[in-house]
Design a protein around this ligand. Structure first.
Ligand code: FE2
Length: 508
C-alpha cells in the first residue's frame, strides 16, 4: 500500500466510525458502492482469522457477478485492535478476481491469541463496514470463558432475519452456522419477500442467490459481530440430496448436469463463506469436515453429512425401516467417520463439540418409524460413533444440530430402547432463523412417550446461545415470536446446563 492511499484509508476510517454504515466515497470514486454484501470473518485459530468480503454493487444481477466488470480488482484490508483503526496490527492488498465473483478470503496472520480485533476493506475508492472478530486461545491454555451462538435454516421468503440481528446484539465470541444458509427453490408468488429467479442450477444462479441473502442487513450484522464456523446442509445444493443421488428429478438433469450443478453449488458456497483457502472446492467435491481448536477448553468437529452419505434408506421420509440398521450404511461416510473417531480419541480439549446438520438422537414415533434423512436412517453409523466416544473415554461429547426448524434438547443414550441405559452425551438442536414461518408457542415434545430422552421442544424461530466454561456449558434457547414483522425481541424460552464430566441435560 502506498503512503497516499494509506493516509486516505486511515482518515476515511476515522470519518466512517461516527457514521455507522454510510458508505464513504473518496473524490475519485466513479463506480457504485461495492460492499453491499457486508463483511465476514471465520475459522479463527490462535494466531489468524479469515477475513471475507465480496464486491457486488448490484447484487441481484442475473449473471451472478453483482454488477462488477470482467476485470480483477485490488482490495486493501486492515486489522486493528480498535474500531477507530488508530493503529494497525496487520494490513495488505489482495486481488478480488472476476473468476471468483470478486470474493476475497484473506488469512490475516500474526495475531495474538484469545484477542479481539476489528477489520475493514477498501476497494474502488470506498471503505467497507467495520467487522469485529477474534482469535482462539493458544493451544496449551484454557483461555477465557466464551459465548458461542448457533443457528440454521434461513429461508429468505419465510421471514425477516430478526434472529440473526438478535445474535449480533448478544455480541458472541463465535457463531456456528449448521446449514441451510440459502434455499435453492424458485420465487414463490405472494411470499413476504421473494427469491430472485427460478430454482438455482447454474453458477450464476447460486452466486446471485447468495448475493440476495447477503444483502440482508440483519445477516450482515451477525457476520460483522464475530467469526463464524460454517457447514452446509442440503439446501446449499438441493433438498435431501445424498452424495450423487438426488431426492427428486425436478428440474430434470443428466448426470453430467447434476455434477455441474454440485460443482457450481460448492464453488459458490466457498466464494461466499469465510472459509480458509484449504476449504475451496475442487470441481465436484469440497473438503469441509475439519477440526477447529479453541485452546484446551473446546474443540469443534465440523461435519459434512451430505457429500458422502449413503442414499436415504427405504426411499426417504418417515419409515419403519430395517435397512436403516445395516452396518454398511454411513451418514458421514467411512473416511469421515474414522476421522471423527480418531479426533475424539485425541482428547484435544475439555469439550468435544460436534457441529453437524441432522437430528442425532433417536426419535421414533409410536409406530416405530423414524426420519430416514436423519441419523435414524443410519443407525449403525450413529452407534459406532457413540460407542466410539464411550470406548475412547471422551469426557464431554456435545452434538449440535440444525435442520428441523424447531428447538430440541436431548440426552443421548447408549441404548435408546432401554430407559435405564446410561446417558452418554448431549444434543442441542437449534430452531430455524426463518424457515417454516412464524412458528407457534407449542412446547409439547413430539413423540415423547416413545423417546423419554427428548427433554425439550419449542416451535418458535430463533437460535441457541451457549456459554462455555471449564465447569459447564449453559445453553439458552432463544425465540422470536414473529418473523413477519420487523424489530421483534428475542426471549429465553428455556435454559439448560451440561456439567463437566456428567453428560446430559440439567434443567435451569
Ligand atoms: Fe432447513
Amino acid at each position: 500500500m502506498n503512503r497516499l492511499s494509506r493516509r486516505t484509508f486511515v482518515l476515511g476510517g476515522v470519518a466512517a466510525a461516527g457514521a455507522v454504515v454510510a458508505p464513504l466515497q473518496s473524490a475519485s470514486a466513479a463506480v457504485p458502492y461495492p460492499f453491499q454484501l457486508g463483511v465476514a470473518s471465520g475459522e479463527p485459530d490462535a494466531s489468524s482469522v479469515v477475513l471475507w468480503t465480496r464486491l457486488a454493487p448490484s447484487p441481484l444481477n442475473a449473471d451472478g457477478q453483482g454488477g462488477m466488470a470482467n476485470a480483477d480488482v485490488a482490495v486493501d484490508w486492515q486489522v486493528s485492535t480498535t474500531s477507530a483503526f488508530t493503529s494497525l496490527v496487520a494490513s495488505g492488498t489482495v486481488t478480488a478476481r472476476y473468476a471468483a465473483a470478486h470474493s476475497v478470503h484473506v488469512v490475516a496472520g500474526g495475531l495474538q491469541p484469545d484477542a479481539e480485533y476489528y477489520y475493514r476493506f477498501r476497494a474502488q475508492g470506498y471503505i467497507s463496514p467495520v467487522g469485529r472478530t477474534r482469535t482462539a486461545p493458544a493451544l496449551n491454555t484454557l483461555g477465557r470463558d466464551f459465548v458461542m451462538a448457533f443457528a440454521s435454516c434461513a429461508h429468505y421468503e419465510s421471514g425477516y432475519y430478526t434472529a440473526y440481528r438478535r445474535i449480533a446484539d448478544d455480541r458472541p465470541d463465535l457463531i456456528l452456522h449448521l446449514g441451510d444458509y440459502i434455499y435453492e427453490d424458485a420465487a414463490t408468488a405472494g411470499s413476504l419477500r421473494q427469491h430472485a429467479g427460478a430454482e438455482i442450477v447454474s453458477l450464476a444462479d447460486y452466486r446471485r442467490r447468495y448475493a440476495q441473502y447477503k444483502s440482508d442487513p440483519d445477516l450482515q450484522a451477525a457476520h460483522a459481530i464475530a467469526p463464524w464456523l460454517v457447514v452446509p446442509d442440503d439446501h446449499e445444493v438441493e433438498n435431501n440430496y445424498a452424495d450423487m443421488t438426488r431426492a427428486d428429478s425436478s428440474p430434470a438433469l443428466t448426470t453430467a448436469q447434476w455434477t455441474a450443478r454440485r460443482t457450481a453449488a460448492y464453488q459458490a458456497y466457498y466464494e461466499n463463506m469465510p472459509l480458509r483457502p484449504a476449504n475451496a472446492n475442487s470441481g465436484n467435491s469440497i473438503p469441509l469436515y475439519r477440526r477447529v481448536r479453541w485452546g484446551q477448553l473446546a474443540v469443534f468437529h465440523m461435519l459434512d453429512t451430505r457429500q458422502f452419505r449413503n442414499d436415504q434408506a427405504c426411499g426417504d421420509g418417515w419409515k419403519v425401516c430395517a435397512d436403516a440398521d445395516l452396518a454398511t450404511r454411513s451418514l458421514p461416510g467411512t473416511a469421515q467417520e474414522a476421522w471423527l473417531l480418531d479426533g475424539l480419541g485425541q482428547h484435544l480439549a475439555n469439550w468435544d463439540i460436534i457441529g453437524q446438520q441432522v437430528f442425532f438422537a433417536r426419535q421414533f414415533d409410536s409406530a416405530g418409524a423414524g426420519n430416514m434423512d436423519a441419523w435414524d436412517g443410519y443407525r449403525a453409523s450413529r452407534a459406532r460413533i457413540q460407542q466410539g466416544w464411550v470406548d475412547r473415554g471422551v469426557r464431554n461429547p456435545l452434538v449440535l444440530t440444525g435442520d428441523v426448524h424447531a428447538s430440541w434438547a436431548n440426552n443421548l443414550k447408549a441404548d435408546y430402547a432401554t430407559a435405564s441405559s446410561a446417558v452418554i452425551g448431549t444434543e442441542l438442536v437449534c430452531t430455524s432463523i426463518t424457515s417454516g414461518g412464524n412458528g407457534t408457542a407449542d412446547t409439547a415434545i413430539p413423540n415423547a412417550a416413545t423417546n423419554p430422552h427428548l427433554k425439550f421442544y419449542s416451535n418458535r424461530r430463533g437460535y441457541v446461545r451457549t456459554k462455555v466454561t471449564q465447569a459447564q456449558v449453559t445453553a439458552d434457547f432463544r425465540g422470536v415470536a414473529s418473523v413477519t414483522e420487523h424489530g421483534v425481541a428475542a426471549t429465553t424460552l428455556k435454559s439448560f446446563a451440561i456439567l463437566d464430566g456428567r453428560p446430559g441435560l440439567q434443567a435451569l
